[in-house]
Design a protein around this ligand. Structure first.
Ligand SMILES: C=C(O[C@@H]1C=C(C(=O)O)C=C[C@H]1O)C(=O)O
Length: 453
């Protein structure tokens, strides 16, 4: 197993929180020290993290266990006064899609897993906001953290106004990593494997490198994504840059929850099967009805729902699925089945993340064949695209989303990722169009002409 790399071993943790006059999200993030962390999810508090009181980093197939053990050890040493549940200390981070990290751009600075325990955490819950200050180290005292809490409260309550949001920077150049002909032959080869009985489904992705005309303001991007995609999971993670490199930021607004665990309750979703949005309400309804009745999409979706239920079965005597419905987003519509389970015994959220990742919504079936097909077909590394991103607390509860509708921004460049499920009757050109639709949430934040829609 790859060792854990941490600056928190053998030390203890102190965390203190106070209510604050709610600051603006954009002001907090604009003034935040690196690495910045954002987590904002439906029915959850929004969190912005600044800096790192500790980081947990590892690689390899044992990355879920290594991070779970390190998180448990870190929180076990805790002296925590949170005041309210939402402000409690949490670790935020993500895993790589494949067990081994890669050196290829844009992923040079992204290990197999990395979690940050923010130095300063601002949490918005309903109309209230809380400030949490965290410290980890051999010499940390409650008094030093309480005094920092006072200083940080003064700073947060007197942050300068962030001003008007910046327009998207504009895109001056773009390069696809997959040419249309290569895509057609890749999809055709995958369909051949499916027809020969070796594979049932595989999700193939593309990447798009863009050169920007100016700087990307992530505070503005994340705040706009929150307005356009309030039902999605918005995230920002920023691993430390290698020497001579500008810091990279992975951000996105994904509709897909991988799993959430609270007490014995597990909630997840099967999300697969896609169509576009119409120009009118009638067209939207027509597209939704066509999607719900489309054999190819329903089959693709059902494979995901059945697999998730089977993956949860060893943990829970009862796993139940709600009705399959349409999930309508600003740019696409999906088929969605909500799935809930009651755990037989308490489990850490990372045990469920490990059991579920990658679901056939982003990998395929059978998993090993699908992963082999992905590696052989895609001319780029997935890095943290389509991988679990989320948070963990001291109780082992947490929520993880699947890092889709996402991009890595670094300086004046960004790389976007999007994929589609391939089954026996997939048409390469329709799948190509679906990939382009899935770039939209992020491209709209980069292209000037899209602004103001
Ligand atoms: C792979 C992506 O999306 C996934 C694939 C879907 C599909 O094939 O219909 C739908 C939602 C997601 O599970 C992506 O957005 O990149």
């Amino acid at each position: 197993m790859e060792p854990l790399r941490t600056d928190a071993a053998g030390t203890h943790l102190v965390s203190r929180s106070v209510p604050v006059t709610p600051p603006s999200f954009r002001s907090v993030l604009s003034a935040a020290d690196a690495p910045r962390t954002v987590w904002s999810a439906p029915e959850e508090a929004t969190v912005a993290g600044e800096g790192a009181a500790a980081t947990l980093t590892t690689d390899g197939a044992g990355r879920f266990d290594t991070i779970r053990e390190a998180a448990e050890a870190l929180f076990a040493s805790g002296d925590v006064h949170a005041g309210t549940e939402a402000a409690r200390p949490r670790l935020f981070g993500a895993f790589g899609f494949h067990p081994d990290s890669t050196d290829s751009a844009p992923w040079e600075d992204f290990p197999g897993a990395r979690f940050v325990f923010p130095r300063v955490q601002v949490t918005w819950v309903g109309d209230d906001a809380w400030l949490t200050v965290n410290a980890v180290g051999p010499d940390v005292t409650p008094e030093s953290v309480e005094s920092r809490l006072e200083t940080e409260r003064d700073r947060i309550e007197s942050l300068p106004d962030a001003g008007d949001p910046a327009d998207p920077p504009g895109v001056r150049g773009r390069r696809r990593t997959t040419a249309r002909d290569d895509w057609r032959s890749g999809v055709a080869a995958a369909v051949d494997r499916i027809d020969s009985g070796n594979l049932r489904k595989v999700v193939l992705a593309q990447a798009l490198d863009v050169d920007l005309d100016g700087d990307l303001s992530l505070p503005d991007v994340l705040s706009r994504l929150g307005e356009r995609y309030p039902d999605c999971y918005r995230f920002l993670v920023e691993p430390d840059p290698g020497s001579g490199r500008t810091r990279a930021s992975l951000f996105g607004a994904t509709p897909e929850r991988l799993v959430s665990v609270r007490g014995r309750t597990v909630e997840t979703d099967a999300l697969a099967g896609t169509t576009g949005r119409g120009e009118t309400a009638e067209e939207d309804e027509w597209l939704a009805a066509e999607l719900a009745a489309d054999d190819k999409n329903v089959h693709e979706h059902q494979l995901v729902a059945d697999t998730i239920k089977a993956q949860l079965a060893p943990f829970a005597a009862s796993v139940s699925a709600g009705p399959r419905r349409i999930r309508r987003l600003a740019t696409v519509q999906h088929l969605r089945t909500p799935i809930t389970a009651t755990l037989d015994t308490a489990e850490h959220v990372l045990s469920l993340v490990e059991a579920l990742h990658p679901t056939p919504a982003v990998g395929g079936l059978p998993p090993e064949r699908a992963l082999e097909t992905i590696r052989e077909t895609e001319p780029f590394d997935r890095g943290w695209y389509a991988a679990p991103v989320g948070w963990i607390d001291a109780a082992g509860y947490g929520t993880f989303a699947v890092a889709l509708r996402s991009a890595v921004a670094r300086g004046d460049t960004a790389t976007l990722f999007a994929g589609v499920g391939i089954v026996s009757d997939s048409d390469p050109d329709r799948e190509w169009d679906e990939v382009q639709l899935k770039y939209r949430p992020i491209l709209d934040e980069l292209e000037r002409e899209a602004h103001g829609r």
